[in-house]
Design a protein around this ligand. Structure first.
Ligand code: SF4
Length: 677
């Protein structure tokens, strides 16, 4: 029998809808759903989103590591043994010897349950890969505007008169969003792209500012210097809706365009032109992603962009906004659900006695831990030092996604218990003591939250292979085995509990989500509330309702070129692959076109090194070496090497952390390049 089920793309945070066509319960093809935020359009990843579902590599049975390698084990036995070991470790070493990695590719309900397990066991050591992408956004926006989310909606983009796209390449990472950007351009908006590479997005820009790696704050401060000196800021907005402007004036005083030119490499006249273009447009949006956030100054970078938007009055109005663009399909939701070490669901601080008490009451427990837990890099470091003894990983692949791969592997090998719950035998799962086979997106139900705070229901189209189970079911089994009151009979039971716990989700019920398949944007305070398109319209989510302008000083990256490592290394993504290629790497269509690692080298550097396109090269940093083919291109500037990180380039990257958000400086390392003979 042929059937069409409404699907939700499992890749990026755009939130595109399509139909999954099945024949006798088996996936056949993706069909276009005329509507949704994607308006019937899909990128190469969305079009091939069924390819990995029935791949032979799928995990289908629970596995246990034995002397003879991995052996099959029943679900009952696996869950029993895992629960016993977790409790044994907690009782012997204390709850903070446990760590939990949640997942931006699992549903809200699944993230909610994993953090609930961690916290009831007595630890806040729960985190997920937002730590590696937008942790600095969460920290920076929380301090400035009080809400760690995109302030407007995609619909605001075509209404803007200027788009400042910073460290973000939507043409490859959110291709469907480019339609909104190009519509803005058609409507007369100016597009300014700030990126060290001449990305595909930069091709469409009116101005491209190829700054030196890690010099974002100097550039933003210089733009604000010009805007303040030329009195182009929005005086009414600044004085009525913000505080801290006087301090900003003092800090940006020394950042003249000429001074910033020396730091950033961008000619002073272009900095001036960009500042004036941005401030005088009347309606502007700032969009950013990993190019801005993955630095030791990531939180400062976000604050600087928030300051820039605020002084121009570009927040809370139509055609304006601060738009951190989310990478994974549920990274927004995983943050909302409190899969973070410092906040409970709904960004309620673990240190807030009243909020913690309220959540504990709903969960039927006496108390919850009040000290913020460890982040992903800290959990890895503590595992390395032997202090974290057990790690439960749901749908993450830190061996490939985290910086300094060698260090990560060494840490995983130290653990007394490593459980990996995933759909494929990932590079990380190979080090596990237990592997639990999970259902993929099309094989389960639940809610997911896209980049613009849009919560959508994910409908089940097919059955999971063999014994694989939805993550929420696995966690319910585990919760029960741990002795917790986990009496959920359906995923909808969890959705309803989320509405009780997370204030932003109060009016979001499974019934509404199933009825209104195009979703609801949080905050949604009651069941008759339509959802919220735009945040900060009348006041900011801060205690006094005013936004905090927080000036920041430029600080150089942790590693700079020297004699031994004369180049700067940066990483990027390609349109046809996704993250650690666990899913997209199993699509023949995608791997045929985007199947090989390479490194971009500027022609002048290539000439000096005697390298031609297609030559095999070795890139070496202080942490490791990596071989791939050279691609000689003017897309990258002199002195910089660019590598897509999908295929294991994190053996090279730096795990030094932003002290505020604990995000690693994945975007900048010093390296050398050798031709492999
Ligand atoms: Fe999927 Fe993102 Fe592509 Fe849309 S833009 S089809 S959500 S990968």
């Amino acid at each position: 029998m042929e059937k069409l089920t409404i699907g939700l793309c499992p890749y990026c945070g755009m939130g595109c809808r399509f139909y999954i066509k099945t024949l006798n319960g088996e996936p056949v093809e993706v069909e276009i759903y005329e509507g949704g935020v994607n308006e019937g359009k899909l990128c190469p990843k969305g079009l091939t989103a069924l390819d990995f579902l029935r791949h032979n590599d799928r995990l289908t049975k629970p596995l246990k590591r034995t002397e003879n390698g991995f052996e099959e084990i029943s679900w009952e036995q696996a869950i029993k043994e895992i629960a016993e070991k977790i409790l044994e470790i907690r009782d012997k070493y204390g709850p903070d010897a446990l760590g939990f990695f949640s997942s931006a590719r699992c549903s809200n309900e699944e993230n909610y349950l994993l953090q609930k397990i961690a916290r009831i066991l007595g630890t806040n050591n729960v985190d997920h890969c937002a730590r590696l992408c937008h942790a600095s956004t969460v920290a920076g926006l929380a301090q400035t505007v009080g809400a760690a989310a995109q302030s407007g909606s995609y619909d605001d983009i075509p209404k803007a008169k200027v788009l400042l796209i910073w460290g973000y390449n939507p043409a490859e990472t959110h291709p469907v969003l480019m339609r909104y950007i190009l519509r803005a351009k058609d409507n007369g908006a100016k597009i300014i792209v700030v990126d060290p590479r001449k990305t595909k997005t930069a091709w469409f820009a009116d101005m491209h500012l190829p700054l030196r790696l890690g010099t974002d704050i100097a550039l933003a401060n210089a733009m604000m210097h010009v805007i303040i000196k030329e009195r182009l800021y929005d005086k009414k907005f600044v004085f009525s809706r913000t505080k801290g402007f006087e301090k900003l004036i003092k800090v940006v005083e020394e950042y003249t365009p000429e001074y910033a030119e020396k730091i950033t490499g961008i000619p002073a006249h272009l900095i001036r032109e960009a500042a004036v273009t941005f401030a005088t447009a009347g309606r502007g949006i700032i969009m950013w992603a990993m190019g801005l956030t993955q630095h030791i100054t990531g939180t400062g970078n976000v604050k600087a962009l928030a300051d820039l938007g605020l002084i121009c009055g570009y927040v809370g109005k139509e055609g304006t906004g601060l738009f951190p663009m989310r990478g994974q399909n549920n990274v927004q939701g995983a943050c909302d659900m409190g899969a973070l070490p410092n906040v409970l669901p709904g960004y309620q601080k673990v240190t807030d006695d009243e909020k913690r008490k309220r959540v504990a009451e709903i969960w039927g427990v006496e108390e919850l831990p009040s000290e913020p837990g460890l982040t992903i890099p800290e959990i890895i470091n503590k595992a390395h030092e032997g202090e974290i003894k057990a790690l439960y990983i749901m749908g993450e692949n830190p061996v490939v996604s985290d910086p300094n791969t060698k260090h990560v592997i060494e840490a995983l090998k130290e653990l007394e218990l490593l459980v990996v719950q995933d759909i494929f035998l990932t590079e990380t799962a190979k080090y596990a003591h237990y592997i639990l086979p999970a259902a993929a997106y099309a094989e389960k139900e639940g809610s997911f939250t896209a980049s613009e705070r849009r919560v959508q229901w994910n409908f089940k189209a097919i059955e999971p292979p063999e014994e694989a189970k939805p993550d929420w079911e696995i966690l319910t089994m585990l919760g029960k085995a741990l002795g917790l009151k986990f009496d959920y009979e359906s995923v909808e039971d969890v959705t309803r509990e989320i509405a009780l716990v997370a204030p932003q989700y109060r009016g979001i019920t499974p019934e509404r989500l199933k009825r209104d398949v195009e979703g609801i944007q949080w905050p949604c305070p009651s069941e008759d509330h339509p959802g919220t398109k735009r945040l900060h319209v009348e006041s900011f989510a801060t205690p006094d309702g005013k936004a905090n302008i927080i000036p920041v000083e430029f600080k150089p990256p942790a590693e700079l070129p020297d004699e031994e490592y004369p180049f700067m290394l940066t990483t990027f993504r390609v349109v046809g692959q996704y993250h650690t290629v666990t899913m997209s790497g199993r699509s023949k269509a995608l791997t045929k076109r985007w199947g090989e690692a390479y490194a971009e080298i500027n022609p002048k550097d290539a000439q000096k090194l005697g390298i031609e396109s297609g030559d095999k090269i070795r890139i070496v940093t202080r942490r490791g070496s990596y071989e791939c083919k050279a691609k000689i291109t003017k897309r990258i500037g002199e002195g910089v090497i660019g590598v897509p990180w999908h295929w294991g380039a994190n053996v090279l990257t730096n795990d030094v952390l932003d002290p505020e958000a604990k995000i690693p400086e994945l975007k900048v390392s010093a390296c050398r390049v050798e031709k492999v003979m």
